[in-house]
Design a protein around this ligand. Structure first.
Ligand code: PLP
Length: 448
């Protein structure tokens, strides 16, 4: 039904292959070159380490990377080269990942409220699996995607920074079995159960509760003579080492106890965990002024990215530093408020203690690899922040021959000080400036 896209694209910002690199050194060189606009430095080795560590901690679980977290071309290619599947949140994401020749069977369309057009798009593209959580979705699916393999999404209560359960998933106690029966009556195939404990989950035991509920539903289906064979444990993994160890230990034990044996395919949809720590954001300062607030001086620092750009998902666990371009002496910290560059007075990031800044200074926002570039808007006309990808020589050697990559995806002996692609619009010269020839200019000025 589907045609292989066969369209692996060329990336606009290729990865710099470096023998010995620190992201900070490359950022410093870039800034001391001609870079004027904010930029990300994305360390592909760090994302690779995260993928490998996730696999190591949950060996029975297949990763379907939630590409909404970071859909940078080289992040996606790295995910393809390391054998991941994809959780797609829109047909646009489906389109983007199919262009990398990912088989559509490696995609879960993890959206519970799809329009008929979106269902038909996914079906025609060869995608096989999608989630649902309501009777009315079943009615649409019956008409527009009757051969889909469905995953029933259940809502999970948890202590999470982003409570996805308030928006998605059916109520386990009151709705789940009815939905399973309804799907069966309609001749639709429910292949499994999906849940998401909420993004940045602080309560690892929530995974166990969800696994128990999923087990109950698998047994319910078996009693009704129907077999489910996919369990999707979602995302929600926090980058904090301690919490990740706890969550994966709870999941490993829960799976061994409740889903032993190879009959059920276990998948997860981590997003933040894979890419958050791989990337820092560097911002320059547009202007600084000092006001008095509560009888104390307060530095108002206006930076060149903000809430409507890459910092919409800025969180209290993210750290900000003045980025040292050269070794400086210790500087006193002062009360500072950080403002974004747009006209919106809510475009205010945080109050923070920073050394006094000038427009020559840069700030670094650490761990901005997840939901930073993908949340960005173009409010006030600003361009999207560009990313410089870095890869070590060793990792490049390991993955470069994967068919997803083009030689042009990498620069072998890069000039690390070269600026990133500019998002500045070209100048449209003012009328008077078009007349470089003096006579023409005089004609122009004297004509009516
Ligand atoms: N899967 C689904 C269905 C989601 O909605 C999300 C995030 O919103 C994710 C996976 C990724 O979650 P996280 O980044 O917390 O791992």
């Amino acid at each position: 039904m589907y045609a292989q896209a066969n369209m692996i694209s060329k990336v606009s910002n290729p990865a710099f292959v470096l023998h010995d690199h620190s992201p900070e050194d490359v950022a410093r060189a870039t800034i001391l070159g001609l870079q004027k606009e904010p930029f990300f430095i994305f360390d592909m080795d760090e994302a690779y380490r995260r993928i490998q560590y996730f696999k190591h901690k949950l060996p029975r679980v297949q990763i379907f990377y939630a590409m909404k977290a970071n859909d940078g071309e080289l992040m996606l290619k790295l995910a393809v080269a390391t054998g991941l599947g994809f959780d797609c949140a829109s047909i646009h994401e489906i389109h983007k990942i199919l262009r990398l020749n990912v088989p559509p069977t490696d995609i879960i369309y993890a959206v519970t409220m799809k329009t008929p057009e979106q269902m038909m798009y996914a079906r025609q593209s060869g995608v096989k699996r999608a989630t649902f959580d309501s009777p009315s979705e079943l009615v649409k699916l019956k008409e527009y995607w009757p051969d889909v393999e469905l995953l029933l999404r259940i809502s999970v209560k948890s202590d999470s920074v982003y409570q996805l359960g308030i928006k998605f998933g059916c109520n386990f106690e009151t709705e789940a079995t009815d939905l399973l029966d309804k799907a069966a009556c309609m001749g639709l195939r429910v292949a499994g159960v999906a849940f998401h404990v909420g993004s940045t989950c602080l309560s690892p035991e929530s995974y166990l509760k969800a696994l128990q509920q999923a087990r109950y539903l698998f047994d319910y289906e078996a009693k009704a003579g129907r077999t489910m064979r996919i369990l999707d444990i979602g995302g929600g993994f926090f980058c904090d080492d301690n919490l990740f160890e706890q969550a994966t230990s709870v999941i490993r034990k829960g799976l061994d106890e409740l889903f032993p044996g190879p009959n059920v395919q276990i998948v997860a949809e981590p997003g933040r965990y894979i890419c958050e720590t791989a990337c820092n954001l560097y911002c320059n300062i547009n202007n600084v002024k000092t006001i008095t607030k509560n009888d104390k001086p307060l530095n108002m620092v206006y930076i060149n990215d903000g809430l409507h750009g890459s910092l919409r998902s800025f969180e209290k666990w993210h750290t900000i530093h003045k980025f040292e371009l050269e070794t400086t002496k210790h500087e006193e910290l002062e009360d500072t408020i950080l403002w974004g560059p747009t006209s919106d007075p809510r475009d205010c990031l945080t109050e923070v203690q920073l050394p006094r800044c000038t427009p020559r200074d840069w700030l670094v926002f650490k761990t901005q690899g997840a939901y930073a570039s993908t949340f960005s808007s173009k409010f006030c006309g600003f361009g999207l922040v560009q990313t410089r990808f870095l890869i070590s020589f060793d990792l490049w050697n390991k993955i470069k021959s994967h068919k997803v990559f083009r030689p042009s995806d990498f620069v072998i002996q890069p000039d690390v000080s070269s600026p990133l692609q500019s998002t500045m619009p070209p100048v449209v010269p003012a009328e008077s400036c078009k007349h470089t020839n003096l006579n023409t200019l005089i004609d122009y000025l004297t004509s009516d």
